[in-house]
Ligand binder design. Sequence first.
Ligand code: FMN
Length: 146
Amino acid sequence: MPKLLVVYDSQTGNTEKMAEAVVEGAKTVSGVDVSLKYHVRPQELEEASAVIFGSPTYHHDMTLPIKNILEDAARANVQLRGKIGATFGSYGWSGEAPKLILEVLKNKFGMRTIGTGLTVLYAPDTSGLEQCRNLGKTVAEKIASM
Ligand SMILES: Cc1cc2nc3c(=O)[nH]c(=O)nc-3n(C[C@H](O)[C@H](O)[C@H](O)COP(=O)(O)O)c2cc1C
């Protein structure tokens, strides 16, 4: 069964709420093994058909745990080429993190990225959660037939 991995960091819980909604949406698609993780080993990324990264924006950047995961993966020479990638994250005023991560997934790892990086201002409201569920569902549908 194809695996969809949602990896996130969240300091005050807003991106965590988004991550849970992404997983909820992905789980509406049958035939996909969906998991939600806070920490991953580089190898776990390689085992997934799709990875969705969630990071809030702090100091105009992704958070250190997410940066470390990406750097560890690069150091371990993890092969993600051709896999599906997407990103999301809560923000307060500039919201760069999801777009920055998306660039790394595309340009460094050669992943096939979906969307432009979903951002939600502070805590996700009903519409924000719906967008998260849609993101999870869209990505899961892409790999369901693999
Ligand atoms: C010290 C600090 C720095 C921040 N820097 C930014 C920033 O550069 N750009 C931005 O859009 N939001 C910034 N924020 C706002 C956070 O992204 C926002 O509070 C977000 O909801 C946090 O998500 P989380 O609950 O998943 O940690 C900052 C917040 C704090 C406390």
